[in-house]
Design a protein around this ligand. Structure first.
Ligand code: MN
Length: 204
């Protein structure tokens, strides 16, 4: 069974960039709902196997991808942020951004556009592609769509309205600009190191 991970910081720790009210609702209600949904779906799949009745299998498979997707996305998102975040990355990230995105500023510009042009609910994600051995930026729709299998998340930005609306209303660009102030490059760098050596754990 999946469980809701604790945050490494208080709900008020990312203020003023992300308000305590958003953080509490987002973690304790929204993320919890994905955890509960994933576990409920696993129970129903267990029952289906027990009874041999797979009439609802298509719905259950979609539910599993959606809820487990939500659980994974938020688990990475919390770790990607820190009250001591912000600034520009150095080391392996600086080199990677230079090699694949023409530098940090260009990476950030592309990432911002990806985030702000999502139609409906979704995420902007920097992920490592183990096949090409290189990073890509993706638009992830809802919690599970539009992402090739096997991509390893390095940096995720939640663009669902529940992530920003209480504080930023409809001005998504202000939310995205504020968010860069809490990005924990140490965490992102660690994920990249793990991804390239095949030892990634999402909650490390
Ligand atoms: Mn969310």
């Amino acid at each position: 069974m999946y469980t809701l991970p604790d945050l490494d910081y208080d709900y008020s720790a990312l203020a003023p960039w992300i308000s305590p009210e958003i953080m509490e609702l987002h973690h304790s209600k929204h993320h919890q709902a994905y955890v509960t949904g994933a576990n409920t779906t696993l129970d129903k799949l267990d029952q289906a196997r027990g009874s041999g009745d797979f009439a609802a299998i298509t719905k259950l498979e979609k539910d599993l991808a959606f809820h487990l997707g939500g659980h994974i996305n938020h688990s990475v998102f919390w770790k990607n942020m820190s009250p001591d975040g912000g600034g520009e990355p150095d080391g392996i990230l600086q080199v990677t951004f230079e090699e694949y995105f023409s530098g940090f500023a260009s990476f950030q510009a592309q990432f911002n556009e990806v985030a702000l042009s999502i139609q409906g609910s979704g995420w902007a994600i920097l992920a490592w592609d183990p096949l090409g051995q290189r990073p890509h930026i993706y638009q992830l729709y809802d919690q599970q769509s539009n992402l090739p299998a096997g991509q390893i998340p390095l940096l995720q930005l939640d663009m669902w309205e529940h992530a920003f609306y209480l504080q930023y209303r409809n001005v998504k660009a202000d939310y995205v600009t504020a968010w860069w102030n809490v990005v924990d490059w140490t965490d992102v760098s660690s994920r990249l190191n793990q991804a390239t050596t095949g030892s990634l754990t999402l909650l490390a």
